[in-house]
Design a protein around this ligand. Structure first.
Ligand code: 4NP
Length: 178
């Protein structure tokens, strides 16, 4: 179980809100998979009336696309399913994210290994593969669609939608049993 800790002195608005569950999705570039997961999961959280209780963000392990919007193919595929990714901008994940976020969710095993490399000692209980929340899929990775065709973005969204439902059910069970 992941237990939220509140830093006494921090610039993170997220960590200053007691009771807020903070979720970070991480992929390689933060322009395809993790912003898609951010958009899908935030929409689910909003729909369930939990916007004030769960904060959502995304980041990339690499820094090549910092400041850029999501890949237009990801935005288009998401928009067709009713998810809005506009306004999202890429940033790089770092050590401090393990203090700000209760859940640091890697899109694939490479992302997980990179994150484990920057995770401060004692904080690795926050790190998991996103697809751990979709055990029925029996998959570890959300495949990287960047170098492929449109169908890769559809498969990506299929996996993200399933794992998002599993993640929300887990958070409800773990944090909001009242
Ligand atoms: P993402 O996809 O990790 O899902 O955002 C990628 C985006 C960009 C690159 C690789 C993967 N790239 O090599 O620039």
């Amino acid at each position: 179980m992941i237990i939220r800790t509140c830093q006494a002195r921090t610039t993170s608005k997220l960590a200053e809100e007691p009771g807020l569950v903070n979720v970070l999705f991480v992929c390689l570039g933060n322009i395809c998979r993790s912003p898609s997961a951010e958009g899908v999961f935030r929409a689910l959280v909003d729909r369930e009336g939990l916007a004030g209780r769960i904060a959502v963000d995304s980041a990339g392990t690499g820094g090549w696309h910092i400041g850029r919007p999501p890949d237009p193919r990801a935005e288009k595929a998401a928009r067709r399913r009713g998810f809005d990714l506009s306004g999202l901008r890429a940033r790089q994940a770092g050590r401090e994210d393990f203090r700000r976020f209760d859940y640091v969710l890697a899109m694939d095993r490479d992302n997980h290994a990179d994150l484990a490399g920057v995770c401060p000692p004692g904080e690795d209980h926050r790190l998991a593969l996103f697809l751990e929340f979709a055990p029925g899929l029996d998959l570890d990775d959300v495949p990287d669609p960047y170098y492929g065709g449109a169908e890769g973005f559809e498969q990506m969204l299929d996996l993200i939608e399933i794992a998002s439902r599993g993640l929300l059910a887990h958070i409800r069970e773990t944090h909001f049993r009242d």
